[in-house]
Design a protein around this ligand. Structure first.
Ligand code: GLN
Length: 535
């Protein structure tokens, strides 16, 4: 074990360059060399966490084992590295200020004036060092959200400056930037990068490595220019060209020697060459599918695919296992309400009803379940998707007219989905759902068991409502089975209809745990079932 080294990743010129993917790719390379790596994201917004943010604002809210509601980049970290993240891996300005203000109220600052520097920056540094102080990691990669030059990221950049000064060559700064291509001039341009490095220099931070996001290969002269004007040795100018899949990026970063340069800058003797054979095999299978399958993803926020990031990535992982291309047809739940069942094209081989909150689109989701059930099309319902399957079954099989979730209709005559007892008194919205990992007992002889081959599983949750067990006998008599049950609370965690090709609903979120190394068994079994439709 070496002392923990700190790698900071900042972004310049524009947002959405993929700092999360670059950070994750570097982690993959360092891990493949035998080092232990943690990745962390610092978000400069004032929300305590993204749990209360509308998915249109911020994409998916990712949930960790310990029940933290976090930025979707943490999903990339886990998918790439196969290492669990936690609350410590996502820090927001809101969380930093909350801690400092609570300490001030508690009298911990002993009468001194509480200021951005040093109190806020000290708290940021403390949160960066938390992971390092566990002595579990050789490297902590800290990604700074937003773009250098933003007012809100100033305290973060200042914290990096101080840490770099204090840690010497145990810290390195990678600046991810954009090299635009002007087609009229037929040229790549470095000026925006020069400006963003100048902005960093004004804040006292000299980047050590520049990663250039580009749509075209960067030429030697571009590398020389960036080197000369940004004070970076030429071998530390790294090209990151658009890739057909994000999973190609670690391979590209290896060719560009990003890991080699990072180790060199940190004065760490490379342990071994990165063995990426498993990763290469995964990318090969992804790029060379032997068949194709079309899955309808029915959701409320489908205009923004990022709202379902972990689900679409889990499909990619399952596709790689089965060497098949999973084509997602995004279907807006509300649209189904207008067109009844006709909205499903004939070639759909599977229907997934997505998680979600609130009334909008709920009836469309229920129609999607009905269509899947009646047409014997493989169905997979996640969280709200499972709840919709329960409501649909109640209404159309058990003839419980007006059955609903209490979330949608407080006065429903048949509250088949009810609020959980411990949720009833809660008034604060942030961080108060049933969150994080819970055990679940799997009934043998079910699709769930066929997928996992385990009697006890652990999956992550994010919900307030649950299957109402007052209806259990009625549902069992009607032909629905409860294939997953929480061992201590008896909450229903999974339902199935056995006399159907594949009809599975889960109260938990399997998508959060699908990784390149461990594609999720439920996604694999669902895609397999969908593939058999065209047989
Ligand atoms: N809105 C539902 C609940 O709170 C489902 C949540 C979800 O799909 N994540 O129970």
């Amino acid at each position: 074990m070496i002392p923990t080294h700190y790698i900071f990743v900042t972004g310049g010129v524009t947002s959405s360059l993929g700092k999360g993917i670059i950070s994750s790719s570097l982690a993959v390379l360092l891990k493949a060399r035998g080092y232990s790596v943690a990745i962390q994201k610092l978000d400069p917004y004032i929300n305590i966490d993204p749990g209360t943010l509308n998915p249109y604002e911020h994409g998916e809210c990712y949930v960790t084992e310990d029940g933290a509601e976090t930025d979707l980049d943490l999903g990339h970290y886990e998918r790439f590295t196969n290492v669990f993240t936690s609350q410590a891996n996502n820090v927001t300005t809101g969380r930093v200020y909350k801690t400092v203000i609570e300490k001030e109220r508690h009298g911990d600052y002993l009468g001194s004036t509480v200021q951005v520097i040093p109190h806020i920056t000290d708290e940021i540094k403390r949160r960066i060092e938390i992971l390092g102080k566990t002595n579990e990691y050789d490297f902590v990669i800290t990604e700074i959200g937003g773009t250098v030059g933003d007012i809100e990221s100033l305290p973060f950049v200042e914290s990096i400056r101080q840490m770099k000064w204090e840690l010497g060559n145990r810290a390195v700064v990678i600046h991810l930037t954009y090299i635009p291509y002007l087609s009229a001039a037929g040229e790549l341009k470095t000026k925006p990068t020069q400006h963003s490095v100048k902005a960093m220099l004004q804040q006292g931070v000299q980047p050590d490595i520049i990663v250039c996001r580009t749509e075209h290969p960067i030429t030697e002269s571009i590398r020389s220019k960036i080197s000369l004007f940004c004070n970076i040795t030429k071998d530390c100018v790294i090209e990151s060209i658009d890739a057909s899949t994000i999973y190609q990026v670690p391979l590209n970063m290896r060719s560009e020697k990003l890991d080699v340069q990072v180790l060199r800058k940190l004065n760490v003797q490379p342990k071994q060459e990165a063995d990426l054979s498993q990763w290469e095999d995964f990318v090969y299978r992804l790029n060379n599918p032997k068949q194709e399958v079309k899955i309808a993803l029915v959701g409320k926020y489908v205009e923004l695919h990022d709202a379902y990031k972990s689900i679409s990535e889990a499909f990619i992982h399952a596709g790689a296992v089965l060497q098949c291309k999973v084509k997602i047809k995004w279907i807006k739940a509300e649209d189904l309400e207008k067109t009844e069942n006709n909205a499903f094209p004939d070639d759909i081989q599977g229907i997934l009803v997505a998680p979600g909150f609130g009334q909008r689109g709920i009836e469309g989701k229920i129609l999607a379940v009905k269509y899947a059930r009646e047409h014997n099309i493989p169905f997979f319902g996640i969280c709200l998707g499972m709840q919709c399957a329960v409501i649909e079954f109640a209404r159309n099989v058990l003839n419980l007219n007006g059955a609903n979730s209490v979330e949608m209709d407080k006065n429903t005559p048949y509250p088949v989905i009810d609020i959980m007892e411990e949720q009833k008194k809660i008034t604060n919205m942030g961080g108060t759902m049933r969150l994080g990992s819970y055990p679940c007992d799997v009934k043998k002889g079910t699709k769930l068991f066929e997928a996992y081959h385990l009697e006890r599983i652990n999956e992550r949750h994010r919900h307030r409502y649950e299957f109402n067990d007052a209806f259990e006998t009625q549902f069992s008599d009607g032909g629905m089975i409860f294939s997953g049950i929480n061992p201590s609370s008896d909450l229903v965690e999974a339902i199935e209809i056995p006399n159907h090709k594949y009809f599975v609903g889960v109260q938990f979120h399997p998508e959060y745990k699908s990784t390149v190394e461990n594609p999720h068994p439920l996604f694999v079994s669902f895609v397999k079932a969908a593939l058999s439709v065209s047989d």
